[in-house]
Design a protein around this ligand. Structure first.
Ligand code: AMP
Ligand code: ZN
Length: 118
């Protein structure tokens, strides 16, 4: 979907708002979360705008987005130690930025998967 004028992550993906880049290709941008909850906390966004994981994202786009996770984990050096992937969706999950983003979290031991893992 097209660039949305009032969307923070559209602006970051377009380079209009600065971010610390971890990885970029023609479809996605990965950048450091400005308020990290773990030693490694990187966000991955598609350059196209989708509100959330429930926004009818085409398979090719979704596949590319999630195949980027392992690349980011390797670039951040947590591919062997392990990492957690979170996609907050909607109000109950406290989604605050309504442009789908994948959190890649790691770099220290986490608990056993409580929903409050962040
Ligand atoms: P969520 O609660 O899943 O919507 O997560 C939004 C995430 O975006 C939070 O972890 C914020 O710290 C992060 N965030 C907000 N603004 C920025 C920004 N300008 N650059 C990088 N990360 C940001
Ligand atoms: Zn957007």
């Amino acid at each position: 979907m097209a660039f949305q004028q009032d969307c923070l992550f559209c602006k970051i993906a377009a380079g209009d708002i600065p971010s610390t880049k971890v990885y970029e290709d023609e479809r996605v941008l990965a950048f450091e979360d400005v308020n990290p909850q773990m030693p490694v906390h990187t966000l991955i966004v598609p350059k196209s705008h989708y509100d959330s994981i429930a926004d009818g994202i085409p398979d090719e786009e979704m596949g590319h987005l999630f195949n980027t996770v392992a690349k980011v984990a390797a670039l951040k050096g947590i591919d062997r130690s392990g990492f957690r992937v979170i996609v907050n969706t909607g109000d109950d999950a406290c989604q605050t930025v309504h442009h789908i983003h994948v959190h890649v979290l790691g770099g220290e031991q986490m608990n056993d998967g409580s929903p409050k893992a962040r």
